[in-house]
Structure formats: C-alpha cells, structure tokens
Design a protein around this ligand. Structure first.
Ligand code: SF4
Length: 76
C-alpha cells in the first residue's frame, strides 16, 4: 500500500496540506472553507466513503478524506 503524506513533506508544506482540514492555516490559505475536504475533491482517488486515498498532487501517496490542501478543487 502507498504511504500516507507527511505534513512535513516539502510539497505538503507548500500546499498547506493538513490531514485534519480544520487545522489548515486560514491566514495563509484564506480560500479554505470547512466544507472542503479531500474526500470531495476532484483529485481524490479513494473510494467513496474511504478514510484515505491516493492523491496525484502527492505522487499517489495517501491523503486523509478529512484533509485539505491548496490544490483543492470541488468534485463536480
Ligand atoms: Fe486533498 Fe485535493 Fe489537495 Fe489532494 S488535491 S490533498 S485530494 S485537497
């Protein structure tokens, strides 16, 4: 199985990724809103209802369904 994304990872730092979206730095990432989660992001590749899934922004490493990063794009 793929490794989870570490918040200390340079890409995660650049994109402000947090496994718990509520911990996102809202000063730096003012576009964040609490309804935005990896689990409803267009890039999330986990199964519906899964706790974590691969994200192409992080080379297929696992992101938390409740996570968030600045590449968030609402699933259509
Ligand atoms: Fe989560 Fe989407 Fe960012 Fe990937 S691109 S870490 S699924 S918010």
């Amino acid at each position: 199985a793929a490794d989870p994304v570490a918040e200390s990872d340079p890409t995660a730092q650049a994109l402000g990724y947090k496994a718990d979206g509520s911990k996102v730095d809202k000063t730096k990432f003012a576009r964040y809103t609490p309804d935005q989660k990896c689990g409803n992001c267009a890039l999330y590749q986990g199964a519906a209802g899964s706790a974590s899934g691969p994200c192409p922004m992080f080379g297929g490493k696992l992101v938390s369904a409740n996570g968030w990063c600045n590449a968030y794009s609402k699933k259509a």
